[in-house]
Every structure is written in structure tokens, then in C-alpha cells.
Ligand binder design. Structure first.
Ligand code: DGT
Ligand code: MG
Length: 484
């Protein structure tokens, strides 16, 4: 008997919502490979194939030890023929041919880069790719008419693709709390999404807002947004009412048509000045802070440079970040595998390419100095139909003391809070598996609003996640173990 065969006799349940899936696991190389194939399938709008790869990856994430040989996988669920083939290849050769081909393919790189723009989904990205648009710079030059979300996405492209740190999430939380309490005292704010699962970084920050007196939360979002806007905290926002999500203008995200919460997709302007953050009241941001740095938003004109972003990160993380290389290292340290993906997209082949994609359009950029300063990007005319970019030099602006961060706000009535909390904590696959379990194993329908028992033809109430797991006949899985 070979050592390690014991994995095969470990019985692993087949739904991810039946398993504990910690953030850190033992099979990163394998799950990274499968994630790339899942990404590729999803970008090609082959959802079924994407889910198959995600389920296989999630199974590996839940294993108590590293898989060293394919024979250890015998008897395990969720591993389709294709996934098994990829796993075997990686185990034997260290890499999978298909994964390598995918990551180096122009189409994959372009689709990742374009869907990395806030407000751009796979369909739009694919249409642009077919027109020869492969990068955000190509898009910017194309003169395409973009919607408001996409214009903001392009404007803050580099920053929004930098991971949001836990401390940034906490700082945003304080701002959201001030806003919510200013307009509705007694309201409760909960950090949801990846940060609730224990992630140290995320692509955005998600909050769920409710009030113990049912009904008091109605109409809350517009008031919160007005407060934030008046205080200068919002660079972009789109609020959808308590109805079906309007997916056309909104960011790229499959909108469940069961999801009818008041919701706000936004981009926050977060101060990265540690001193200022302590007494961050917002008003300061609109007045004093701008004068302090001698730049920023002047009459709807936005100045953004790679250098400023770097400075912001430096202040925020206390890390020396000067060149593209170091940024990547920094990101790698912070997030591990997200960055791996990021690097594939942004760089193609080399460390320099952190230097914002949008600033790399000028062939002279890198020829003048061995240590090129990223150029300044000036976006003219906030309300213009077309975003026009003017390339200048970075001396014209000092270090900037804020960064752009994606923030999602959701308002839920108190009676639905537990369902909303469970539904918005993720991971996406965990959620999908919960719903699949409910339907196929329990004849129930689960959404972020309610749980419906189809046999008893009634809704099942719950005031905690624990109760929902119990209704579903599942062992309670805490948020930190929902990282499927
Ligand atoms: P991140 O932000 O990349 O670190 O990762 P997450 O896990 O925070 O992912 P995110 O922010 O896209 O979404 C958080 C959770 O919220 C996700 O697991 C599923 C849920 N969610 C996101 N968008 C929707 C939606 O439109 N409807 C519903 N029902 N749930 C959603
Ligand atoms: Mg999130």
C-alpha cells in the first residue's frame, strides 16, 4: 500500500455546502489550474463547463492534505473526466498543457483585461475583442460610447484591479456606518462577501444593512447615498430599487432574478492618508484635503497617475512600492492566487507591466528613463459621452492621498436578514451549491430573501444562518469554511 492512499477512503460529501472549505488549503497548484479553465469557460459563456471546473477545484480545496498522485483521488466526487485529466497532467508534469495554452492565448488575456473593467461583462468584452480591442487602452482609443459604469471602470482601471485590503475594508466600514447612522439611527451594518469569510483582500467590499424595526429600512439607500455623495465619498454610484436588478447598465454580474433588494454599486474615494483617516469625516475630503495635495477633483476634472496609486499603496500598506515588480510582489504577498491571475492578464510577460495599462499607450513612455515614471492620465469632461484621455507628465500633480475602491451596499428587511446574510457571504460556488442542495435534496427553494418548502407549500422562517442550515438538514458551516 502506498502512503497517501488514505485520502481515497476519506469519505467526502459531494455538495460543497456539506463540507468545510477553509481559505487556506493544500492543493493550490491544482486549484489554480482548474480556476483558469473555469474562468475561460465562463468568459466563453459556457457556464456548465465553468461550474464543473469550479466544483472540482472546490473538492480539492476541502481535502485535508496535499494530493500527490491521481490514485489518491479514487472514489472522490465532483471530479469529471476533464478535470481529472488536468489534475493528472499537473501532478505528473507540473503544468497542464491546456492551462498553459489558455493563459497565453490572446483571447483569454484580452477577455480578462476587458472584463476587468468595472461595468464590462463577457458579452461586451467578446464583441470588443472581435473588433480588435484587446486592452483598456485599445478601448479608450476606439472612441466607443461607454455607459457611466464603464467610463468609471476605465478611469479607475488600475486601482480597481489592485486588491482591497482588510484595513481598507474596515475604513470603508466606518464611513458606511457614519452614513447609515446619520440617516437611520439604530440600523445595523454587517461586512459580508469575502471579508466575512476571512479573506485578507478582496476585489470589492460588501455590506448588508438592516434595521430591527421592519419597514424602517425602506427607502434607506437613496438617503445613505446622498449623505455619502454630499461628503465627497463617492466617485460613482448606481442604486437599484427594491425590484429586479437592471443588469444593462450595472456591473458585470449575473443578477439572480430572485434578488430584489435595494442595492448600490459604487466606487468609493478612500483616503489613504493614515493621519487623515482617523478623523475622516468626509467633509474634509471635499475641501481641505484637496488643497493639501494641490490636485484632485477640480471642476469635474480628474487626474490620475500610476505614481499616485503607488504612493497611495505605499502609505496604506507601509510597503516600499516603487516599480512594477515590487507592486506585483506586494500584491502577491497580500493575496496569493488572485495576483497570479492578475499577472497573467496585466503583464503578459514581465514585471514592468503593472505600470498602468492605460499609460502604456505611448511608445515613448519607457524610452526616456531607465526608471520610467508612469504618465499622468487626465480625464476630461466627467459628463462627456465619450471619455477622452489626455496624456501628460506626472510632475504636474503631487502624490495623491486617496484611492478608488469598489463597494457594494445591500439593504434587507429585518425578517429576511438571515437569508440575505447567508446569500451574500459567498463564496459564489458555496451559494450555488446551497441552492442546488435545497432543490434536489430537499425540494426547497432558497434565495437571499427566503426559503420555500415545496412539499409543505410554505415559507420557512429563520432569524439566523444556523436556523437556515437546520431547515436544510445541513451541518452548520461557519463563514470561514465557506471558501469553496
Ligand atoms: P471578492 O469580492 O472578489 O473578494 O469575493 P466575494 O466572495 O466577496 O465576491 P463578491 O463581492 O462578488 O460577492 C459576494 C457574495 O455576494 C457572493 O458570494 C455572492 C453574492 N452576490 C453577489 N452578487 C449578487 C447578486 O447579484 N445577487 C445575489 N443574490 N447574490 C450576489
Ligand atoms: Mg466582495
Amino acid at each position: 500500500e502506498k502512503p497517501g492512499l488514505e485520502l481515497a477512503v476519506v469519505s467526502v460529501p459531494s455538495y460543497a455546502c456539506q463540507r468545510h472549505t477553509p481559505l487556506l488549503h493544500h492543493n493550490i497548484t491544482l486549484t489554480d489550474a482548474l480556476s483558469i479553465l473555469a474562468d475561460n469557460a465562463e468568459l466563453g459563456e459556457n457556464e456548465g463547463r465553468g461550474v464543473a471546473f469550479r466544483r472540482a477545484a472546490a473538492l480539492l480545496k476541502s481535502l485535508p492534505q496535499e494530493v500527490r498522485g491521481a490514485e489518491q483521488l479514487r472514489g472522490l466526487p465532483c471530479l469529471g473526466e476533464h478535470s481529472l485529466r488536468v489534475i493528472k497532467e499537473v501532478l505528473e508534469d507540473g503544468v497542464s498543457h491546456e492551462v498553459e495554452t489558455t493563459t497565453h492565448s490572446e483571447q483569454f488575456k484580452a477577455m480578462k483585461a476587458l472584463t476587468g473593467i468595472f461595468g464590462v461583462g463577457a458579452k461586451t468584452a467578446d464583441r470588443w475583442f472581435r473588433e480588435g480591442i484587446h486592452t483598456p487602452s485599445d478601448l479608450q482609443r476606439s472612441g466607443h460610447t461607454l455607459n457611466r459604469a464603464q467610463r468609471a471602470g476605465l478611469q479607475y482601471y488600475d486601482e480597481l484591479n489592485l486588491p482591497v485590503t482588510k484595513s481598507e475594508a474596515v475604513a470603508i466600514g466606518q464611513i458606511v456606518e457614519s452614513a447609515v447612522h446619520a440617516v437611520l439611527p439604530g440600523a445595523e451594518i454587517t461586512l459580508i462577501g469575502g471579508f466575512r469569510r476571512g479573506k485578507q483582500t478582496g476585489h470589492d467590499v460588501d455590506f448588508l444593512i438592516t434595521h430591527p424595526d421592519e419597514g424602517r429600512e425602506e427607502g434607506l439607500m437613496p438617503k445613505v447615498v446622498s449623505w455619502l455623495e454630499a461628503q465627497g465619498f463617492l466617485l460613482y454610484q448606481k442604486t437599484t430599487g427594491n425590484s429586479y436588478l437592471e443588469s444593462k447598465e450595472g456591473p458585470a454580474r449575473p443578477a439572480s432574478n430572485m434578488d430584489r433588494f435595494e442595492r448600490c454599486f459604487s466606487i468609493f474615494r478612500l483616503s489613504t492618508d493614515n493621519e487623515g483617516r482617523e478623523n475622516q469625516t468626509g467633509r474634509e475630503n471635499q475641501t481641505g484635503r484637496e488643497n493639501q495635495t494641490g490636485r484632485e477633483i477640480q471642476t469635474g476634472r480628474e487626474i490620475q497617475t500610476g505614481r499616485e496609486i503607488q504612493t497611495g499603496r505605499e502609505i496604506q500598506t507601509g510597503r516600499e512600492i516603487q516599480t512594477g515588480r515590487e507592486i506585483q510582489t506586494g500584491r502577491e504577498i497580500q493575496t496569493g492566487r488572485e495576483i497570479q491571475k492578475g499577472r497573467e492578464i496585466q503583464t503578459g510577460d514581465g514585471p514592468q507591466t503593472y505600470s498602468p495599462t492605460l499609460t502604456n499607450t505611448d511608445p515613448h513612455t519607457h524610452s526616456d528613463s531607465p526608471h520610467p515614471l508612469p504618465q499622468t492620465l487626465v480625464v476630461v469632461g466627467d459628463h462627456a459621452q465619450k471619455v477622452s484621455w489626455v496624456l501628460g507628465h506626472s510632475q504636474c500633480s503631487g502624490p495623491r492621498s486617496w484611492r478608488a475602491v469598489r463597494v457594494d451596499l445591500v439593504v434587507s428587511p429585518y425578517s429576511q436578514f438571515a437569508f440575505a446574510l447567508l446569500g451574500w457571504t459567498g463564496s459564489k460556488l458555496f451559494e450555488r451549491e446551497l441552492r442546488r442542495w435545497a432543490v434536489h435534496e430537499k425540494a426547497m427553494t432558497l434565495s437571499s430573501h427566503a426559503l420555500y418548502d415545496r412539499k409543505r407549500t410554505q415559507y420557512l422562517r429563520a432569524s439566523s444562518e444556523e436556523e437556515i442550515f437546520a431547515h436544510l438538514g445541513l451541518e452548520y458551516i461557519p463563514p470561514c469554511d465557506r471558501n469553496a
